[in-house]
Design a protein around this ligand. Structure first.
Ligand code: ADP
Ligand code: ZN
Length: 219
């Protein structure tokens, strides 16, 4: 099964994808995590990608599409995959359909998380991540048990560079509105879009949404 996780930054995509992955056994692939791993290890891919990521811009398709394709063809994707962070443009969505079609596959479900803008900004600014195991925390909503330390692996949690400046955050949200939102329409027209609101206002957080989706997938 091929599942896509959509939603602006700070809606909890990564967290929801992680819970669905645990509940279904389908592996999760976050393009942002793959880039950050390569940046940390200073691979040629990482060095190139960081030129864009540090500024809050999208990494060009010539780099991103082959990278995702490689994962789709790897053992990781043998039971399907949950893509978190790809596709982000209409071009990427169309390319993904071509790549999958060549392999006799298709996108089965697209999950779209929505959150009010003010809550999003607040969440990004208070977001922290474990650089080792990639677990995401929120110092207000879901802090680790011991301040500053990852529950799962004991590493020191950090703020992502592109989360720490308001400029980079706004830039990413704007890209989302202009480039990624049209992708939702594309999948809506195919009848495979499932939109879920995640917001403290309606007392519905990512965990509850993820649990509902896992339940439905197991039916
Ligand atoms: P966020 O969604 O919070 O911006 P991600 O971890 O998904 O964070 O991505 C971080 C950065 O990696 C993005 O700002 C972008 O520069 C790059 N990136 C991730 N996925 C893609 C993609 N599909 N196409 C182009 N760039 C991407
Ligand atoms: Zn950790």
């Amino acid at each position: 099964m091929i599942i896509l996780m959509m939603g602006a930054q700070g809606t909890g995509k990564g967290t929801v994808a992680g819970i669905i992955s645990e509940g279904t056994g389908i592996e999760q692939l976050s393009t942002g995590d793959v880039f950050r791993k390569n940046i940390k290890e200073q691979t040629p891919l990482g060095v190139e990608a960081n030129k864009y990521i540090a500024k809050g811009q999208l990494v060009p398709d010539e780099i991103t599409v082959p990278m995702v394709t490689e994962y789709l063809d790897s053992d990781l994707a043998k039971n399907g995959i949950i893509l978190d962070g790809f596709p982000r443009t209409l071009e990427q969505a169309q390319k993904l359909d071509e790549i999958l079609a060549e392999r006799g596959k298709k996108v089965d479900l697209v999950i779209n998380l929505t959150t009010p803008r003010d809550e999003i900004i607040d969440r990004i600014m208070t977001r922290r991540v474990c650089p080792n195991c990639k677990t995401t925390y929120n110092i207000k909503l879901s802090p680790p048990k011991v301040e500053g330390i990852c529950d799962k692996c004991g590493s020191k949690i950090i703020q992502r560079e592109d989360d720490s400046t308001e400029e980079a955050v706004n830039q990413r949200l704007e890209i989302y509105e202009t480039k990624t939102a049209p992708v939702l329409e594309y999948y809506n027209n195919k009848g495979i879009l499932r939109t879920e609101e995640v917001s403290i206002r309606i007392n519905r957080l990512g965990k509850a949404v993820a649990a509902d989706i896992v339940k439905d997938l197991k039916k």
